[in-house]
Design a protein around this ligand. Structure first.
Ligand code: PLP
Length: 400
């Protein structure tokens, strides 16, 4: 009989993917399900990016490339960090992989020994936990609730650090909450880390370009040069340029770490896709004005969704600073009775009931480590968002 390895035996397929699969099956069965679960922009990849990929293919750039990124793409990433973040990395401090997810995976595989701890504020993107586990590490969750803006406090960080701590992972703006760390939020956390030289910091800046009016994005390696030698700054083209399927993520960090990550990559994917690297090069070196235009579109949708949710009795939702998610509190509906005679006891049950009766798919907070909440991804059209809000509101009005 089949026996999985211990390292994956306790892991399951992501709940987000399971809900997406169920909603898609309902759609195939003819039901008009609105899916607010997707973690990708609904925009198309910019045409100049597609064009660059086609030209690369025509030129014959269809072979293996350098292990962790072409020299041209690494140079463009160096320039991106300088231009947008005020960060000086050399080419030797840059890595490119098949998505930011592979960057995180390489980093954990390259650094964790069995039992090493990684501090992860929750709610968080679910992959963090399982990537740490596959690499043999122990994820240490630090719950950060809505009252503290879903952000890690310096006291909670200090309390979570042990002699076994190797990494802290921070994600701003965040999936699933949309909360983002301003300079004033980061400062006290960086002060804590200065006092713990064995702890490294991984920052996931994937949603950097989806930040809203009044919020100024910043990143720790730029804020605290004394920590730059133990920070991995992770980013990618998936969310910024609507390029999730191209699979290109990258990072800047200390050369010794980058080299160790390359060892992991050399025995897994060998290199990211040559064609996708040419496309990412065009995205980073090409016109950037589309970023602000898209962020403005997302901001209109955010305002629509936050207002719509807060108008529903029993649901409250803070205004996110970025990304394309809202993480709403549904504690006011826990314990309610449905028209079918059941009781809603958890956020999982709330989401399952809404999918069944209102035909709206959302992901329960439990999937991200904090209940009772639910996540809405508003990377979909305003018309669809209005319809979804109307359905959620009508369904909730029938709860007693
Ligand atoms: N980090 C966060 C917080 C994400 O939400 C995602 C995608 O959902 C990623 C990283 C991975 O992005 P990719 O592997 O497409 O670069």
């Amino acid at each position: 009989a089949f026996r999985p390895a211990d390292r994956i035996a306790r892991l399951g397929v992501s709940e987000i993917l399971q809900i997406g699969a169920k909603a898609a099956a309902m759609q195939r069965a003819g039901r008009p399900v609105i899916i607010l679960g997707a973690g990708e922009p609904d925009f198309d990849t910019p045409s100049h990016v597609k064009q660059a990929a086609a030209e690369a293919m025509a030129r014959g750039e269809t072979k293996y490339t350098a292990l962790d990124g072409t020299p041209a793409l690494k140079a463009a990433i160096v320039e991106k960090f300088r231009r947008e973040n005020g960060l000086d990395y050399t080419v030797a401090e840059i890595t490119v992989a098949a998505g930011a997810k592979q960057v995180l995976y390489n980093a954990m595989m390259a650094t964790l020994d069995p039992g090493d701890e990684v501090i992860i504020p929750t709610p968080c993107w679910t992959s963090y936990f399982d990537i740490v586990r596959i690499a043999g590490g122990v994820p240490v969750a630090v719950p950060c609730d809505g009252a503290q803006g879903f952000k890690l406090s310096p006291d909670a960080l200090s309390a979570a650090i042990t002699p076994k701590t190797r990494w802290v992972m921070l994600n701003s703006p965040s999936n699933p909450t949309g909360a983002a760390y301003a300079e004033a939020d980061y400062r006290p956390l960086l002060d804590v880390l200065l006092a713990h030289p064995q702890v490294w910091l991984l920052v996931d800046d994937m949603y950097e370009h989806i930040c809203y009016e009044g919020f100024r994005f910043t990143t720790p390696a730029a804020l605290e040069p004394r920590l730059k030698g133990r920070i991995l700054t992770v980013n990618g083209v998936s969310k910024a340029y609507a390029m999730t399927g191209w699979r290109i993520g990258y990072a800047g960090g200390p050369e010794a770490l980058i080299k160790a990550m390359a060892v992991v990559q050399s025995q897994s994917t060998s290199c990211p896709s040559s064609i996708s690297q040419a496309a990412a090069l065009a995205a980073l070196n090409g016109p950037q004005d589309l970023l602000a235009a898209r962020a403005a579109d997302f901001q209109r949708r955010r305002d629509l969704v936050v207002a719509g949710l807060n108008a529903i009795p029993g649901i409250t939702c803070r205004v996110p600073e970025g990304a394309f998610y809202t993480f709403a509190d549904c504690s006011g509906l826990i314990g309610a009775t449905t028209p079918e005679g059941g009781t809603i006891t958890t956020d999982r049950e709330f989401c399952a009931w809404l999918l069944e009766t209102a035909e709206v798919a959302m992901v329960p907070g439990a999937a991200f480590g904090l209940s009772p909440y639910f996540r809405i991804s508003y990377a979909t059209s305003e018309a669809e968002l209005r319809e979804a809000l109307a359905r959620i509101s009508a369904a909730c009005a029938r709860l007693r």
